[in-house]
Design a protein around this ligand. Structure first.
Ligand code: B1M
Length: 232
């Protein structure tokens, strides 16, 4: 049930339900989002479709209205928490591919930045594609990345930034890797709404990823390329 007593989510058809979930996400209604996710899954929707059509599309609307000054930080936080609640159900399902691990990635949002929805999405999609993901969370100083690389020896380092003020920190991390002589031991992938290809190149990353789907494809392609070169 939504907070409007007359709406019973399970009685809506798929299109109406997805529309209602966009509204519920906008209103930050966690319980309704969880219920909507469960209903769609029970109706045979794939976790990926629930994620992209019900949650990501809904969050895009929130983003636009935040940008335009229609929504404010507390409301966006509530929407983000509702999205997280939905993602909590989808995460294990997306990871349940039974596929052998295709690679390992250490990923985290850079220092000064607490945005993690996109990064979590990338992590979930990578897990779903068979990757082992070590998620460092938010606000990571360079030391966190370096320690995690040493400890976990991943194939890939992934960094996320959503602010124009924090994205330059990616170069600090890559430069530290160069200084330590370990830059070429790892594939470096970066992403986040304010980034682009040129920025990715300028910080010395191997790839900029526009979205989670591109991140998965790029991760697979770069690992395959690296293994080919290693085998030659
Ligand atoms: Co913030 N925020 N926010 N915010 N926030 C933005 C980013 C902003 C563009 C909004 C706006 O003004 N239009 C703006 C940045 C402007 C700029 O830098 N030029 C902004 C601002 C200004 C701020 C604050 C400074 C606001 C304030 O306090 N005055 C503050 C900063 C706090 C900080 O970090 N120090 C702040 C705070 C917040 C909340 C806490 C309220 C909340 C974050 C909650 C959370 O993440 N747990 C929030 C949110 C939700 C947003 C918006 C609305 C949505 C971001 C999001 O989750 N998008 C955002 C507006 C927008 O982007 N339209 C905004 C959905 C997500 C699925 O997309 O993150 O782009 P995205 O991830 C994509 C790709 O980018 C890519 O794949 C993902 C999935 O497809 N990707 C990667 C991302 N990371 C990757 C890593 C990879 C690969 C791909 O590695 C390999």
């Amino acid at each position: 049930m939504s907070d409007e007593d007359d709406i019973i989510l399970s009685e809506l058809d798929d299109d109406e339900l997805v529309q209602q979930m966009h509204d519920d996400l906008y209103d930050g209604l966690q319980d309704e989002i969880v219920e909507g996710v469960e209903i769609l899954l029970n109706r045979g929707w794939t976790p990926y479709n629930v994620l992209t059509k019900a949650l990501v599309e809904g969050m895009t609307i929130v983003g636009i209205d935040f940008r335009d000054g229609i929504l404010f930080v507390p409301e966006v936080l509530m929407a983000a928490n509702a999205m997280k609640a939905g993602m909590g159900i989808l995460r294990p399902l997306l990871a349940e591919t039974g596929a052998p691990r295709v690679g390992k990635i250490v990923i985290g949002t850079v220092k000064g930045d607490i945005h993690d929805i996109g990064k979590n999405l990338v992590s979930m999609m990578l897990e779903g594609a068979g990757f082992e993901v070590i998620d460092l969370g938010i606000n990571n100083p360079v030391e966190n990345y370096l320690e995690a690389l040493e400890e976990h020896q991943p194939d890939i380092l992934g960094m996320s930034a959503l602010l124009t003020t924090t994205m330059p920190y990616m170069k600090v991390v890559v430069d530290a890797m160069v200084e330590k002589g370990v830059r070429d031991d790892y594939i470096v992938m970066v992403g986040g709404a304010p980034l682009n290809e040129a920025f990715g190149e300028s910080v010395g990353a191997d790839a900029y990823c526009r979205d989670a789907a591109v991140a998965v494809e790029t991760a697979k392609a770069l690992i395959a390329k690296r293994r080919e070169v290693g085998a030659a």
